[in-house]
Ligand binder design. Structure first.
Ligand SMILES: Nc1ncnc2c1ncn2[C@@H]1O[C@H](COP(=O)(O)OP(=O)(O)OP(=O)(O)O)[C@@H](O)[C@H]1O
Length: 343
């Protein structure tokens, strides 16, 4: 396995006591890895340490096998794309892009070719002579990405690059970033607090919590097998219920589930809304009453009151809810339930 970036036991504490501790992470060449977590969990601290804008208290950061800790940001094989685009307003797009290459004493013809190619890559071939103010937010962000790409970094660092854009544009930019990754094979570390963004663009996600790593896994694994209740709460929609272990099975009323973590006593159960089945026939299930049905395009969210277990939300295909009514009695079953130590 070709490791491009290796973070070893990185610790950074601010005077306030906040920061990150013992962050260890290997990023493969060509991988897009996302640091995900709520505000203040330490994502930016890790990213800025990689880029050289912050000095860690201890630990090491290696890029292509070499420690970069003693190099200033401009000497590191990294490039950072910020949330604000940081383009120079008095320079054209061409000048903005060419600037870094001129400083590196590249020849004019080489610069022209590189700028033409990178504008093609970010799908703005006609933008060279425009000023940043003549571009939309999304276009400016593409130019900011292009400027970083031109520096041919070993690792591209992206700090919430799309958070200032509207929802539709964010979607487009995610696809474009994946396309750029596919075309360039660049290793990227992406920071976001948006779980949907992380799930949609990442090869792997690093879920952070209060300065430490909670789980590192593929989006699918993070979604299907959240390692802790914290990850389960943070990723996707989830129902939370209280269960108890009886005869080595996790039970909830008359329902029972496997107990792979071999928990005992009271447990917290997490059930995805798409794993909730509803039926109105004889047979197994928790008795409940439909509270609300919300049709959301191709699927519907059905809320069911289940006695002492509270309200359970179920995602159902739209055509399966057309005969359902609020107030109707239903049985509730779970195709899958994840158990965690009780909180
Ligand atoms: N310069 C600083 N001085 C003191 N505390 C800081 C400093 N920078 C960050 N912190 C604190 O360290 C913790 C981690 O901050 P960091 O910016 O890395 O989190 P984050 O996950 O990137 O948050 P956000 O999504 O809000 O940017 C937070 O509690 C923050 O308040």
């Amino acid at each position: 396995m070709d490791i491009q970036l290796s973070i070893r036991q990185l610790t950074k504490r601010y005077k306030t006591g906040d920061g990150v501790s013992d962050i260890t992470l290997d990023v493969r060449k060509g991988e897009l890895i996302t640091l995900l977590g709520p505000s203040g969990c330490g994502k930016t601290t890790v990213l800025r340490s990689i880029g050289g804008f912050l000095d860690p208290d201890s630990g090491d950061i290696l890029i292509e096998g070499k420690s970069v800790l003693n190099s200033p940001p401009e000497k590191r094989p990294t490039s950072m794309v910020f949330q604000g685009y940081n383009l120079w307003p008095h320079m054209t797009v061409y000048e903005n892009l060419a600037f870094g290459l001129k400083i590196r004493k590249k020849k004019k013809a080489e610069i022209e070719q590189a700028v033409t190619d990178v504008l093609q890559l970010v799908r703005l071939p006609g933008a060279a002579q425009k000023y940043p103010s003549q571009l939309s937010g999304g276009q400016q962000q593409r130019i900011a990405v292009a400027r970083s790409l031109l520096l041919k970094p070993a690792v591209l660092l992206l700090d919430e690059p799309f958070s200032a854009l509207d929802a539709k544009l964010r979607h487009e930019m995610r696809e474009e970033l994946r396309e750029i990754q596919a075309q360039t094979g660049l290793t990227m570390v992406f920071v976001t607090h948006d779980q949907e963004e992380a799930l949609s663009i990442s090869d792997r996600i690093v879920v952070m919590n209060h300065g430490h790593i909670e789980q590192i896994a593929s989006p699918q694994e993070i979604y299907d097998e959240p390692k802790s209740l914290y990850v389960a709460q943070f990723i996707g929609k989830m129902n939370f219920l209280k269960g108890v272990v009886v005869s080595e099975r996790v039970t909830l009323g008359q329902l029972s589930f496997p107990n792979p973590k071999q928990l005992s006593g009271n447990v917290s159960l997490a059930v995805r809304p798409e794993d909730v089945n509803l039926h109105d026939k004889e047979g197994q299930g928790l008795p409940g009453t439909i509270k609300q049905i919300m049709v959301l395009g191709h699927y519907a969210e059905v809320s069911v009151d289940v006695q002492e277990h509270g309200t359970i939300r179920a995602f159902q295909p739209r055509d399966q809810v057309k005969d359902l009514q609020p107030g109707q009695s239903m049985k509730v079953n779970f195709a899958k339930a994840l158990a965690y130590p009780a909180v």
